[in-house]
Design a protein around this ligand. Structure first.
Ligand SMILES: [Zn+2]
Length: 298
């Protein structure tokens, strides 16, 4: 699932590619009864409205808050996207294949044609005939259109962004009885951290994923916040994590998967110098945590 660095990579890509372009066509084959009557393009009635609002508009800019993407249009409306499990945007030359009823990249040898980019379910076509395509293998991504006031509502329920944070910015009282891994992954506590980065942060600071928040010392919290920022920024710099299906807007992989210290490394030797532990995995709050039982103590 894309986490903060991957979504940031998407937004940087969007701002590089689609600013000032006019939308001349919109297409989707998303359709789900579950979304009937909801503000989501998976409801065909809503998609009609969506289409009316976006056609002829220019894209002003894209913005990230937590793992949400806001794409601002020239008519003050905002396309609101959550990539969920497997969504990622691609930009380039696509053609509509009438036989297969889907958009495919013109150039078969382009990274846009990567196996994991072939699940295009939503498309914006621009005046220069370039295409912004949302590839989404599991089809859990959500696309809507909202007003500025609705956007503020989404933004306000989220916790702070994990950059330049002080302990006083955290709502430790509300989350004091939670397990640290579960709490770190809660977007109302800190925005944007998911399974990969919570494992990596806790490995770095030497805290067991099941440690109860109220038992963590203030000095340790400073380390958690410092490492969270450092790890997330280092992943953004190298284009995010593509161990799973994430690809950037050009269809290419990020490189953070090569830097993992513990995520998906269970049963291997701990990489911490002089530790000698063997990494384990365990379910914590419904998610699989990877950790070193030797240097990550409760
Ligand atoms: Zn270790």
């Amino acid at each position: 699932m894309p986490e903060l660095p991957e979504v940031q990579t998407v937004v940087v890509g969007l701002n590089r590619k689609v600013r000032n372009l006019e939308i001349i066509e919109v297409w989707t084959d998303y359709k789900s009864d579950y979304y009937k009557g909801k503000k989501n393009i998976k409801d065909p009635a809503f998609f009609k409205k969506f289409k009316k609002e976006v056609l002829g508009q220019k894209i002003i800019k894209a913005e990230r808050r937590a793992k949400n993407i806001f794409i601002y249009l020239s008519n003050q409306k905002i396309i609101f996207v959550h990539l969920k499990m497997t969504g990622h945007f691609l930009f380039g030359d696509f053609i509509y294949n009438k036989g297969e009823k889907k958009y495919i990249p013109k150039d078969k040898n382009s990274p846009l044609n990567d196996r994991l980019n072939q699940f295009v379910h939503f498309v914006l076509v621009f005046e220069n005939n370039k295409v912004l395509a949302l590839s989404d293998m599991r089809k859990f991504a959500t696309v809507s259109i909202i007003s500025a006031a609705e956007k503020d509502k989404v933004k306000n329920i989220l916790g702070p962004e994990p950059f330049g944070l002080k302990i006083s910015d955290l709502n430790l009282e509300r989350f004091k009885n939670g397990k640290i891994k579960t709490v770190l992954m809660n977007p109302e506590f800190i925005a944007g951290i998911g399974n990969i980065y919570s494992d990596e942060i806790l490995w770095q600071v030497g805290i067991h994923p099941e440690t109860i928040v109220k038992n963590i010392l203030k000095t340790k919290w400073k380390e958690i916040l410092d490492f969270a920022e450092k790890i997330l920024k280092s992943s953004i710099e190298i284009g995010g994590d593509s161990m799973s299906d994430f690809r950037n807007i050009d269809g290419e992989k990020g490189k953070f998967q090569n830097k993992h210290k513990c995520y998906k490394l269970e049963n291997t030797k701990c990489k911490k110098v002089g530790c000698g532990g063997i990494l384990e995995k365990k379910k914590v709050g419904g998610r699989v945590a990877r950790f070193c039982p030797k240097h990550q103590k409760i």
